[in-house]
Design a protein around this ligand. Structure first.
Ligand SMILES: NC(=O)c1ccc[n+]([C@@H]2O[C@H](COP(=O)([O-])OP(=O)(O)OC[C@H]3O[C@@H](n4cnc5c(N)ncnc54)[C@H](O)[C@@H]3O)[C@@H](O)[C@H]2O)c1
Ligand SMILES: O=C(O)C[C@H](O)C(=O)O
Length: 335
């Protein structure tokens, strides 16, 4: 029997990540090659014509898995019955800005859209926030949509995870698929911590630890960390716009792993609700290593954390606590 189509909401769908992402979803890159989809595309009134253009192109591509496209500027209509919500809506930063500089514009969108999702989405809707500041937007969405289970609200750090893998693969002259189990801890910001202490590489001589194979602590503890932390800014500088195809691809990786499960022996990084694991403040949306099974993520437990890692994990936690305060003050509310 044919599976029911999955309804996928993409907010900010007329923007540049939206334009890269919707064909990936319609081709089955997010939910698999046997899962039909109905796309719900939302943008604001000034972008309505562009949104309609995206819809026209989706129809013209005649994707076999795409059963329908709803393109609207009405948030309540867009959220109706959705099983998955990819939140791109917001304003990207420009050269010279930190991601939290777009805070005041963007958090208010997440407060407003929280109640639409709460009222209209399917019961177990999975939410991925991509728009920056991603962790704090997700936190605001969670706080203003109290009936959505906390486990269903996540943010994207898979792009940073893939960036770290890409850098290690280049350094070792291997393919990205040979590298696994890097970790992104914390905030999707310039304080994020790419941890390679548990990462491994598959070589013709078997599985090796990244630290041993790279054998260059200066590169691992300094250059790699700074490159991943600053990669978003480097792309804005080079391309004049923020990353789009890699962000869209990472969003597909995040949802695919969450819904279909992580590969045996591998984890991914996801910004998720902290249950206090690794001493991180309860309730923050913090990036952890997670495995996924039966549509649920769980934080990988028991990893050894050295002093260097602890300090970096605490610094990015501290920034998230400050961002939470700033977000509430932007909304004119106290925590
Ligand atoms: N987490 C990550 O790894 C990551 C990676 C790349 C980009 N981003 C962020 O993703 C966001 C989107 O980036 P982009 O390059 O596609 O930006 P963009 O400006 O091209 O697109 C954003 C779209 O959102 C729409 N929008 C604004 N307010 C809205 C609202 N209230 N409801 C619905 N739509 C609304 C805009 O009209 C626009 O079409 C930015 O905040 C960017 O910084 C995050
Ligand atoms: O850096 C940005 O502002 C965009 C995005 O968050 C990225 O990491 O590429």
């Amino acid at each position: 029997m044919e599976k029911e189509p999955t309804r996928v909401l993409v907010t900010g769908a007329a923007g540049q990540i939206g334009y890269a992402l919707v064909p990936m979803i319609a081709r089955g890159l997010m939910l698999g090659p046997d899962q039909a989809v109905i796309l719900h595309l939302l943008d604001i009134e000034p972008a309505a014509e562009a949104l309609n253009g995206v819809k026209m192109e989706l129809i013209d591509a005649a994707f076999p898995l795409l059963k329908d496209v709803i393109a609207t500027t009405d948030v309540m209509e867009a959220c109706e019955g959705v099983d998955i919500a990819i939140m791109l809506a917001g304003f990207p930063r420009q050269e010279g800005m930190e991601r939290k500089d777009v805070m005041s514009k963007n958090v208010s969108i997440y407060k407003a859209q929280a109640s639409a999702l709460e009222q209209q989405a399917a019961e177990n809707c999975k939410v991925l926030v991509v728009a920056n500041p991603a962790n704090t937007n997700a936190l605001i969405l969670k706080e203003f949509a109290p009936s959505i289970p906390e486990k269903n609200i996540t943010c994207l750090t898979m792009l940073d995870h893939n960036r770290a893998i890409g850098q290690i693969a280049e350094k070792l002259n291997l393919h990205a698929s040979d590298v696994k189990n890097v970790i992104i801890w914390g905030n999707h910001s310039s304080t994020l911590y790419p941890d390679v202490n548990h990462a491994t590489v598959t070589t013709t001589d078997g599985v090796k630890r990244v630290r041993e194979l790279v054998a260059d602590d200066h590169w691992l503890n300094k250059e790699l960390i700074t490159t991943v932390q600053q990669r978003g800014a480097a792309i804005i500088k080079a391309w004049k716009l923020s990353s789009a195809l890699s962000a869209a691809s990472a969003a597909c990786d995040h949802i695919r792993n969450w819904v279909l499960g992580t590969n045996k022996g591998s984890w991914i990084s996801m910004g998720v609700y902290s249950d206090g694991s690794y001493g991180i403040q309860h309730g923050l949306i913090y990036s952890f290593p997670v495995t996924c099974k039966n549509g649920e993520w769980s934080i990988v437990q028991g990893l050894k954390i050295d002093e260097f890692s602890r300090a970096k994990m605490d610094a990015t936690e501290k920034e998230l606590i400050e961002e939470k305060e700033l977000a509430y003050s932007c909304l004119g509310q106290s925590i």
